[in-house]
Design a binder for this molecule. Sequence first.
Ligand SMILES: *Cc1c(COP(=O)(O)O)cnc(C)c1O
Length: 365
Amino acid sequence: MTEQPTPSVRLRSTLDALPAYAPGRPAAPVEGLTPYKISSNENPFPPLPSVLAAVTRAAGSMNRYPDMGVVALTEALAERLGVPVSHVATGTGSVAVLAQLVAITCDPGDEVVYAWRSFEAYPIVVGLSGAVSVRVPLDADARHDLDAMAAAITDRTRLVVVCSPNNPTGPAVREAELRAFLATVPPDVLVVLDEAYLEFTTDPDVPDALAVYRDHPNVAVLRTFSKAYGLAGLRIGYAVAHEPVATALRKAATPFGVTDLAQVAAVASLEAYDELEVRVKELVAERERVVAALRGQGWSVPEAQGNFVWLPLGEDAVPFAQFCQARALTVRPFAGEGVRCTVAETGANDRLVEIAAEWLSTSGG
Ligand SMILES: *Cc1c(COP(=O)(O)O)cnc(C)c1O
């Protein structure tokens, strides 16, 4: 083997502090058991026939660049949401739109406040930008502590992310607490409501984020086609934001990032939302069934408003995930904290409930 030259490329020191994203792995095969992967909050239903047909048609033009302005989808979203077209900005998944939000608000050293434990992409996106994460612990019920988040805002704060429902713990913020919080946030600090799981919420006190955005020029709403719409593999999300935020977001987007397939699939999904909603309702009913079963076994499950449930296992998080893996069920452990389990097809949900009972009986819990 020839000797490798010593690497001398200088990489940004901010990379050293970054966690590497831990992707969900497919369940290992276990004889006699259908494997299920419930570690990434994906929609278990296959694409709707109408969406698949639209994507298949569009695939014939993949030698062309997509519409850089994402015009048809942006217009469809604006009409559906009742907002100006100029207030909609798309990106390659809402994680990418969040990165754009950080890019347009934060210089190196500026602060981004968010709750913790929350979405694992937040520290990566913030850290990569050179901004500083300010993590505010969740309260005892695994909810956002909005008073503490308000207190964490400083002169360096440029962005606050409110994840509702919160991934991975499940609760959503309520309208009254959110409005009280926003009344204390300086008007030059942008507050982003990450509503990746909005369609699964059933709590009547969940705020109408678009009404909140209309009342507050410093509020943006972040949504995705990855969860309820079942388009995770196509990478498409969007923000609704006032000027000049929305224009800046479009400037910060990767040119031609959102593919034509994604644009076409998203438009077709908006048109077919009645059909998708039936599936969302099924998943919500399954969520309620799973939560009731787990609580009945004695688990303390926080309020689940997304398409997932949180088991606060603490130091047992990783052992429990291994216990599930040995039974062909892939869940998502957060070492030392808990395990997030996506509500998926009935067979997967039944498996989770069975394994949870078995765990309690074997661990003496
Ligand atoms: C899944 C998820 C998203 C969606 O990410 P995409 O990039 O749109 O796939 C955004 N925010 C949270 C909190 C999520 O859990």
